[in-house]
Design a protein around this ligand. Structure first.
Ligand code: AVJ
Length: 322
């Protein structure tokens, strides 16, 4: 029997208030926009899990293959006693890292960090059961705001996998990476997964799969708003769109209104109109080049010391240090 001390830096009221602010702001802008973090209720997390197994969605399996090949090197290079993982929904990859650090004989603590207390509790309990003697210290927080709550002791490896960093635009990445730099000291390391720029056809297919799972994932955010903010979106009245922006080098997911319609968002006391054909951006998924992300890391004070890709150069794992 083990007990887990979940340190919570986001209480449910502040989470709800944040969502209300974000949604009010996004739906009153031109063009309308929603932040991608609200995709992940129980249904959204389940749909994302199915996305990661789709034939068109190469990032997850490619990153796993790179990690599998390099995890021994990562453990040897970092000698980490503490693994801290941002957005720890990626549990299978976490286990690879934990096992390698344990095999290297350095690991004593795991700090999963996630915005969702339920996801975090599940992950923490499972890892505690699997890794005997490992101290698990989950932290509930938003990675754009609460990195300061991560523990300071030990030789730490901070992992941010899955190319989740692609959800941030350049300016958001710049402040996020500066925060990462601030939380790290000599001897610590930052392990980052980045999806790479490639053929447009493959990129778009990864976000517009033949089975329509990504379309369901996209429309699910409307159900989240219906439930959390007492809104009355009809998800069937919107179509999924995925497009590549060659200037920004990111995929944009949008929801396109199929008719003129008015939506009531009860908890915000807000009525929003959509015209037929109007598109609302629901996600950006930036793709990277080695030079670009190396420069962004350097600007934050982080030096890339390892860069590993798969043979097709679809995805990269990097290690950078302060
Ligand atoms: C979890 C943000 C990395 O951008 O590829 C997958 C989310 N959206 N399909 C991504 C996502 C549509 C995913 N990240």
């Amino acid at each position: 029997m083990s007990t887990l001390d979940v340190s919570v830096h986001l209480d449910p009221t502040s989470l709800a208030a944040q969502m209300a602010d974000d949604v009010r702001d996004g739906l009153t802008r031109i063009p309308k926009v929603l932040p991608p973090k609200y995709f992940y209720d129980a249904r959204g997390s389940e749909l994302f899990d199915r996305i990661t197994r789709l034939p068109e969605y190469y990032p997850t399996r490619t990153e796993r293959a790179i990690l599998l090949e390099r995890v021994g090197q990562i453990a040897a290079f970092t000698g980490a006693t503490t693994l801290m993982e941002l957005g720890s929904g990626t549990s299978e990859k976490t286990r690879l890292l934990l096992q390698a650090l344990r095999d290297a004989g350095t690991l004593d603590r795991f700090v999963p960090f996630d915005v969702d207390p339920a996801v975090l509790a599940d992950a923490s309990v499972a890892v505690s059961a699997e890794f005997d003697g490992l101290t698990v210290e989950p932290v509930v927080g938003d990675f754009e705001k609460h990195l300061g709550e991560l523990p300071r002791e030990g030789r730490r490896l901070l992992a941010f996998l899955g190319s989740t960093i692609g959800n941030l635009d350049r300016e958001q990445r710049s402040s996020f990476l500066a925060e990462v730099r601030d939380t790290l000291t000599d001897g610590d390391a930052f392990l980052l997964g980045t999806d790479l720029v490639k053929d447009e056809g493959r990129l778009v297919a990864a976000y517009d799969d033949a089975q329509g799972i990504t379309a369901e994932f996209n429309a699910n955010v409307l159900q989240v708003l219906n439930r959390s903010l007492d809104a009355d979106f009809d998800p069937g009245a919107f179509a999924h769109r995925a497009l590549w922006d060659p200037e920004e080098e990111w995929i944009e997911m949008r929801l396109e209104s199929l008719r003129d319609q008015q939506i009531r968002i009860g908890d915000l006391d807000l009525d929003v109109t959509f015209t037929r054909g109007e598109q609302m951006r629901t996600e950006i998924s930036a793709k990277f080049r080695r030079e670009g992300i190396t420069r962004e890391l350097a600007a934050a004070g982080l030096q890339v010391v390892h860069w590993w890709t798969d043979p097709r150069e679809d995805f990269a794992l990097s290690i950078s240090v302060p």
